[in-house]
Ligand binder design. Structure first.
Ligand code: F58
Length: 796
């Protein structure tokens, strides 16, 4: 780990003790682990704040354009290690804490994992913030300060159980409350007219209260702000009711208002809890726009400069109400003509699409929309009208058949619309946005996702990062494509041995963690085959477990064949309302219980499902993985970002030609990727084949036998019919084509196992994955947005 030589361990020690005494109010003898953690965090935060102020001043001095990333989710995870790594203070902090008799690892792990997101979309937002700071781009993230992040998951008899997440139970070391920065956000009410102006008078209102977290980039050269909004009652407390003894009623407005920022929406499939969700969306979008315009006004007097000075990125459609809201602010409140307001808004806004799944594309019932946001619905009709005047094509309205379609609204109100991988962007043009794309062929652009190498290699995998730095210096940390310099090293046995040793040590750590969490002893010499992501039918965790069951049966039938000992590792949460996904979890746990206790096979095959997947768990699993499972039905996974993290950490992919897998394979080389399955086009054609699943089952006795075992209750002897519906689904509609891809998946698994048995081939392949994954840095992605979408510049 490169080190900042201006800060010594003694400096760190002094800073920690200072904060322990004066901020926490404890002496070293009585301090508990969270006190040490807070003291260390404050010591680190002080240095981040210096960089933060300098960055803010530099942005104002340059009159620079700012990038605003509006996102319902920021899955930032822990920040302490991130700060220590980016400031290059980790060694000094470790030395200082050890000198104080403390365990640095335990202190870092004591930080709650800020899970303000569901999955890839939220984690991408967090990687982007870090890259924006590393690149020195003046930027803000805007979102919601949920009191409860994504639910905590545990298992009871193999079933997922959800508990509320409580990251704010302890004080959060990184945020600054800004009591002076609050905006009143209205809902409901009616619309009046005075001369040419329209006035919306909401019937309800809440305050959006700002909390700021600095996000520091590599080497502390720049820091940006993550500003999260918390909801507060506009009129907090009814003293008359209180004095009359009606304490519940007195407290009600505050409780109602706070509901808006109470919990992260936990679904990644369908949109439910409609009203609250729409309120959350408008709440944070309106507060963010008000704040952006206030900052703009403090520097500029001509609102026409807005697109030159402000770029607003809509992370999916969740902030899509920004379109009509910005038009409202410019037209209703500032008196610009409607067309000009539209034009300015459009040149300021851009939109990222993250899914083509029809059930995940947001649309709102007209009655709900007009009840909560009556003026916005009127403006949407005007937007529709203006678009029709310019492009008179029928059937292209946002407000259509009693629904308000947020994808189309985002498209129309953005000057650029991007997909998140080359394949996904192409499919956007052919499917959801086909007609709009024909009218606006220059609007859709691709920006393939990326991940920050600071967190996803340097920090989470110090052994491999150390080997790379020893080999080629540390320039890779902010110029990841230089990892290509490692390519010739695959001819050097000493390097490959060191590469394998780093992986082995990481696997040893993971094995110890698995034992501590599950009681299962796994062999670190076995191949660790890892699938970690939200549980969803399209991601096909059930294809993985089906193949594992078939392999177990094959091992039992031929115990002396040339098997590769394998541990299949799963982690991921199912949306609480997604019954099928929860049943997949239970099936994996049930199968694991039977297979892991089989004395004939357990030295060759084990299955582990780790509970409560989150960013911190990903940081343990990814460095220890041998094989990365990216097995979605082609055409369904927009990009994936876990796939990039695994490849970067030297785990080859077994995967379909879906999302960014396609580009990963191009970069690492087809010979270093275990490809299987149908292409997106073949998937569409295969679905047309009558009885496609039955045909696939008839053609593959292994598949038939695995399904029979599940359906016959081999893994649920106390309730043999428990998985009948899963088997029925796979034998019948099988929309996600698990059966049709099974045989080829089996083949690819066999190939991966065979290569793993030949270390000279395997480690070469693994090292080439690392050497050739540099393109998947989120620094590259952000540069792409800067050039193609935002027209923004770096100030460092
Ligand atoms: C993910 N979407 C994509 N949505 O599935 C993944 O392929 C992609 O790599 C990633 O975005 C980043 O582009 C995703 O995570 C959600 O979690 C939504 C949360 C809110 C409800 C709808 C789904």
């Amino acid at each position: 780990m490169p080190r900042d030589h201006t800060q010594t361990p003694a400096d760190m020690r002094d800073a920690i003790l200072h904060h322990l005494t004066y901020a926490i109010g404890k002496d070293a003898e009585n301090a508990k682990i969270q006190d040490w953690r807070m003291a260390l965090s404050f010591a680190v935060r002080d240095r981040i704040v210096d960089a933060w102020f300098a960055s803010t001043r530099a942005s104002y001095a340059a009159g620079a354009k700012r990038v605003y990333y509006l996102s319902m989710e920021f899955l930032i995870g822990r920040l302490l290690e991130d700060g220590l790594v980016n400031l290059r203070l980790l060694d000094q902090a470790q030395e200082a804490l050890t000198g104080l008799g403390q365990d640095p690892g335990a202190i870092i792990a004591n930080e709650p994992d800020a899970a303000l997101g569901n999955g890839g979309l939220g984690r991408l937002a967090a990687c982007f913030l870090e890259s924006l700071s590393t690149l020195g781009v003046p930027a803000y993230g805007y979102g919601i300060r949920y009191e409860h992040g994504l639910f905590a998951q545990s298992f009871q008899d193999g079933r997922q159980v959800e508990r509320p997440e409580t990251w704010l139970e302890q004080p959060h070391a990184w945020e600054f409350e800004r009591p002076e920065t609050r905006y009143r956000i209205g809902f409901g009410g009616g619309i009046g007219h005075a001369g040419n102006t329209t006035i919306w008078t909401p019937s309800e209102g809440v305050f959006a209260q700002a909390y700021d977290t600095p996000i520091v980039g590599w080497q502390g050269r720049w820091a940006n702000t993550l500003r999260l909004w918390s909801a507060r009652a506009a009129d907090p407390f009814d003293l008359d009711r209180f004095n009359a003894g009606d304490y519940e009623a007195a407290a009600e407005p505050e409780a109602m208002a706070r509901t808006i920022s109470r919990v992260l929406y936990p679904d990644d499939t369908t949109e439910r809890g409609k009203e609250l969700r729409l309120k959350q969306e408008y709440f944070f979008t309106a507060a963010s726009l008000a704040d952006i315009l206030r900052r703009f006004d403090s520097e500029h007097s001509d609102i026409r400069l807005l697109p030159k000075k402000v770029a607003i990125q809509l992370n999916d459609t969740h902030p899509a109400i920004a379109g009509p809201e910005l038009v409202r602010l410019l037209h209703d409140e500032r008196g610009l003509p409607f067309d000009e307001a539209m034009d300015l808004a459009r040149h300021t806004l851009s939109y990222t699409n993250h899914t083509l799944l029809p059930e995940a594309l947001e649309s709102w019932p007209e009655d709900l929309f007009s009840r909560l946001l009556p003026r916005h619905l009127e403006l949407i009709d005007q937007i529709d009208h203006a678009h029709y005047e310019a492009y008179p094509v029928r059937g292209l309205t946002v407000h259509d058949h009693g629904q308000v379609k947020m994808g189309d609204l985002s498209f129309i109100m953005a000057h650029k619309v991007n997909g998140v991988s080359a394949l996904h962007t192409g499919l956007m043009k052919q499917t959801v946005f086909k007609r709009l794309h024909e009218l606006h062929p220059e609007r859709i652009v691709n920006q393939t996702n990326g991940v920050t190498p600071r967190r996803w290699l340097l920090s989470c995998n110090p052994r491999l990062a150390g080997l790379i730095t020893d080999t080629m210096g540390d320039g890779w940390v902010d110029d990841l494509e230089t990892l290509r310099q490692l390519e010739p090293m695959v001819e050097d046995q000493g390097f490959l041995d060191a590469f394998a040793a780093a992986k082995a040590a990481n696997k040893g750590d993971l094995a110890a963690y698995i034992a501590s969490q599950t009681g299962i002893t796994v062999d670190p010499q076995a191949m660790f085959d890892v699938q970690i992501k939200r549980i969803h039918e399209y991601k096909r965790q059930h294809l993985n477990i089906l193949e594992a069951i078939a392999r177990w049966q094959a091992i039992k039938a031929q115990p002396n064949a040339d098997w590769t000992p394998t541990v299949r590792i799963f982690a991921g949460k199912a949306a609480p309302g997604y019954a099928f996904a929860k049943d997949i979890i239970r099936l994996i746990n049930d199968a694991a219980a039977v297979i892991n206790s089989d004395p004939d096979t357990r030295h060759l095959m084990q299955i582990v499902f780790l509970a409560n997947y989150n960013v911190s768990l990903a940081e343990k699993l990814i460095p220890a993985a041998d094989l990365s499972e990216q097995i979605s039905t082609a055409g369904k996974e927009a990009s994936g970002t876990g796939n990039m993290k695994f490849a970067l950490n030297g785990a080859p992919t077994i995967g379909t030609l879906d999302g960014a897998n396609v580009e990963i394979r191009e970069h690492v080389g087809a010979e270093n990727f275990f490809l299987f399955g149908m292409t997106a086009d073949e998937v569409v054609k295969r679905r047309e084949v009558a009885d496609h699943a039955a045909k696939a089952i008839a053609a593959d006795p292994r598949l038939a036998a695995a399904l029979k075992a599940i359906g016959g209750g081999v893994f649920s002897p106390d309730e043999p019919g428990r998985y009948a519906h899963i088997v029925d689904n796979l034998q019948g509609p099988d929309y996600f084509l698990v059966c049709s891809d099974f045989s080829d998946y089996w083949r690819a698994q066999g190939e991966a196992a065979a290569v793993y048995r030949d270390p000279s081939r395997w480690w070469r392949m693994a090292a080439l994955n690392t050497a050739r994954s540099g393109w998947f840095s989120s620094d590259r992605t952000i540069r792409g947005y800067m050039a193609d979408v935002w027209d923004a510049e770096s100030l460092i």
